[in-house]
Design a protein around this ligand. Structure first.
Ligand code: PMP
Length: 362
């Protein structure tokens, strides 16, 4: 059977049906190119246009200032864990990291390999259920940068506002909430995000960086690891992930047609409120994981009272056509990911299923 399920997976995640259908329609022969995007030279005119349009759309949707570079790289957000310190954590400098979850820890661990790192704050002792307040952050004017994770995919927490770091570049891993709300890009020195949640399929990683800072990067490292090399070549230093960039371009055009990031934020509020509502009104049948003040609009995490009940819930959900609700393998529990392409209708079907399951098993 070829029915599409309701996909609440954490990533790679649901893509807009319209985007998939458009890609399907032009898969074998793209416009007048006589071939698939997959078969095109990355130096061809047809591809050049795809590449530039994706960049222009991302700039427009996120209101990226002109003095920022937009890069399309490979290696996932995980390569950025290493690239950021390799480029900017030079000898004699120190970088500060805010530890708010699994991926923040990974970024911190990679930076530690490169140079001196400092923990600006950690909520590990609270099980990463909450984010630190801006007042809790300890960093220094002399730091090479301060690193945060805007949305913690596994624990389900999300920064609502960002610290003002003045002259210290703020670096943010926005993998799981980029394009879900308006952001003031000028507050950041560098933003990075793997595409496979809100931007498109896996294979491309977006970097948005202040050009003047980017140019201060180390030059004594291999060229593929240098931000300035990618910026100078407009992400065409080597063969980019052409098909992923093409797909991202379609997703960006879809977001624009839907009303842009303001509309995405409105939908994220609405969808997450439906699921949090079920949790909060369930009399403890569903136990929300994140502290209410730190809750994410992208990843809603919760548990049930016993592992057995949790397994029964996940199995029944699967039977009912809801996919991707397992928590991350490192923490277990349940997680509902509500990225841009997840519809309100699918979210309401799941909310109804959850209420029904609680009624029958409470
Ligand atoms: N950071 C965050 C916040 C993530 O959610 C993920 C992936 N789930 C990563 C980093 C790692 O991304 P990638 O697999 O693209 O390297």
């Amino acid at each position: 059977e070829r029915r599409r399920v309701d996909n609440f997976g954490a990533g790679p995640a649901a893509l807009p049906l319209e985007v998939l259908e458009q890609a399907q329609a032009e898969f074998v022969v793209y416009k007048d190119a006589g071939m698939s995007v997959m078969e095109m030279s990355h130096r061809s005119k047809a591809y050049e246009e795809i590449h530039q349009r994706a960049e222009a759309l991302l700039r427009e949707l996120l209101a990226v200032p002109d003095d920022y570079a937009v890069l399309f790289l490979q290696g996932g957000a995980s390569l950025q864990f290493g690239m950021v310190p390799l480029n900017f954590l030079t000898a004699g400098r120190r970088a500060s990291y805010v530890l708010t979850g699994h991926f923040a820890e990974k970024a911190y661990e990679d930076a530690k390999v490169v140079g001196e790192v400092h923990v600006a704050a950690s909520t590990k002792d609270d099980g990463y259920r909450r984010l630190p307040s801006v007042e809790e952050l300890q960093w220094d004017e002399a730091d090479a940068y301060l690193h945060i994770t805007s949305n913690n995919t596994i624990f389900g927490t999300q920064w609502r506002s960002f610290p003002d770091t003045g002259r210290v570049p703020l670096v943010a891993d926005m993998s799981s909430d980029i394009l879900s709300r308006p952001i003031d890009v000028a507050k950041f020195g560098l933003i990075y995000a793997g595409a496979q949640k809100n931007l498109g399929p896996s294979g491309v990683t977006v970097v948005i960086a202040r050009q003047a800072w980017l140019e201060t990067c180390r030059k004594d490292i291999p060229k593929m690891l240098r931000y300035d090399v990618h910026a100078k070549n407009r992400s065409l230093y080597n063969t980019p992930p052409t098909f992923s960039i093409y797909m991202m371009g379609l997703v960006l055009a879809w977001v624009k047609a839907q009303g842009g990031v303001t509309e995405m934020a409105r939908r994220a509020e609405e969808k997450s409120a439906r699921i949090y509502g079920v949790i909060d009104e369930s009399d403890g049948f569903y136990l929300g994981y994140a502290d209410p003040g730190s809750r994410s609009r992208m990843n809603v995490t919760f548990r049930l009272r016993t592992p057995e009940l949790e397994q029964a819930f996940l199995a029944a959900a699967k039977d009912a056509g809801f996919v991707g609700l397992n928590g991350h393998r490192s923490v277990g529990g349940c997680r509902v990911s509500l990225y841009n392409a997840v519809t309100l209708e699918a979210t309401e079907r799941l909310a109804e299923f959850m209420r029904d399951f609680a009624r029958k098993n409470g």
